[in-house]
Design a protein around this ligand. Sequence first.
Ligand code: PEP
Length: 250
Amino acid sequence: MSRKPFIAGNWKMHNTVEESVNLIEGLKAAKNKNNADIMVAPSFTSLNAVVKASAGTGFKVAAQDCYYEDKGAFTSQVSPVQVKGTGATHVILGHSERRSLFGDTDEILNKKVGAALNHGLVIVFCVGETLEQRESGKTEKVIKDQLVNGLKGFGAEQLKDLVIAYEPVWAIGTGKTATPEQAQDTHKAIRAMLAEQLGKEFAAGVRILYGGSVKADNVDAIMAKEDVDGVLVGGQSLIAEKFNRIIDYN
Ligand code: PEP
């Protein structure tokens, strides 16, 4: 099955509103020769400005997280209703920094998945193992638990637009990239897990992105792998020329 490529940039806690808008202006130079879906995930503060600056480009705009309640006394949290209100259409859930620094457990993420689905946000759901887990042979078990518990209670129809991002924790922001073979093997395993959990048709169609120190000089080899449908990029998505080269991978 042919799956549309999906190239995503996670800007993390970088960029003021003005810097975010400037970055969007720089990304307009990408040719998008692979006809990919292009997504950017700015901070909450820049979401609306980025939506406006992206008008006419086709760029998808994502929040980097959202809370699971619609509204209420939850100081500092941002609800899926508020995310939708900015004009954003996507949300990243389960990024390893959310899991490790801010206490997002599988149970919390499961509630966030439900809330995001309720409000029609497209979810990019991140999974991945630590170095210790990989070295002790637990990679597949860890990812399976993240998928089973994080997506519990939702069926293939509800999750039809879901995008998965495989991000080995040891490769995020470290300069260490999984080899294309490691990425392919894990993506294939994830597809098999999803076939078991949500059916073969779902698994054949779902897009699985690789994330972890993706850059101009490794993106081509990673994207060449059969089960890699795109990339989720951190650091290199902050510089327009670099991200544009990633968007226009060979
Ligand atoms: C990320 O944070 O999702 C990520 C992959 O970061 P980097 O590309 O900087 O490793």
